[in-house]
Design a binder for this molecule. Sequence first.
Ligand SMILES: [Zn+2]
Length: 323
Amino acid sequence: MVDLIAPEEISMPSHYIEKMRKNGFEVRIFDTIDNYLKQKDIAKIWYFTRLQLERMGEDILEKEFILRKAVTFKKEFLSLLPQNVKFYHPLPRHKVYPTIPTFLDELPLNGWEKQAINGYWTRIILLSMFGGALKADFDLKPQKDVTDEEFIINAPIINGTKGIQKEGKRGIKPITNGTVIDHIAKGKTSDEIYSTIMKIRKIMKLYDVDSADGIFKSEDGNLKGYISLPDRYLSRKEIKKLSAISPNVTVNIIKNARVTEKYRIKLPPKVYGFEELQCKNENCITNPIHGENVKGSFVKDENGKLVCEYCETPHNYDEIWNI
Ligand SMILES: [Zn+2]
């Protein structure tokens, strides 16, 4: 069981808590130490952390005093603690407002000093290993990378001219050579399809002369969009990008009025390396306002969400592009 003391203003993002629960932890959340101690089931191991106020927005800083009060241990709490309780803290403590005040230093619950000493030795060992002074056996067998998952899939070409030259029928504007992106936002409303088409064009800069787009009804009655790009072939990197902007589209490569290659693309296991990527969490290190020059990078989780590699904020695929 894990109990968190987290005032509402600084409560952990819910996906962290979800993850802990998924890993088998029962998680309870309390807003103050005061309220935590009002119930019976009190932990024997307490881990205090520094309030990282420098990472919080102005509106939260105004409440600094309330936040500190909520997570600072007070003398009158001592009698409410269970036997053999231990307190830990990564140190250093705040000079003026320590969450574990100095009156606790001489009590047997002081676990943080031992923790600090252990940290010293652990770092010596790690640095020695890193520098080569200490050697250990490592298992260097390559692990299967999540990014190996196929997401650009060759699709069978049933009728090479299908969808290109539908004489007398409405459909994709015929082209002789080039690329047709098809099945865009299939099943969505025409508004949604059109905004997806515009988004693809904008992010991928598909402003080629004579290019066309439109919405039409597929055989199963659903609406879908297309973009046709005469005399233009998408590179592998562009197809990758497209797969993260609008998964589940079909890419047709057309030569001499016949479909010569056809790909169905899925949401990729990892999305990275594109300028326009942007985590939606303002406090994320990748946000340009922090000036860290760290680019957005997302990994697909088991629910198909794209999780920021730095702050673990989950996104839908349409939330990762800054346009
Ligand atoms: Zn992030």
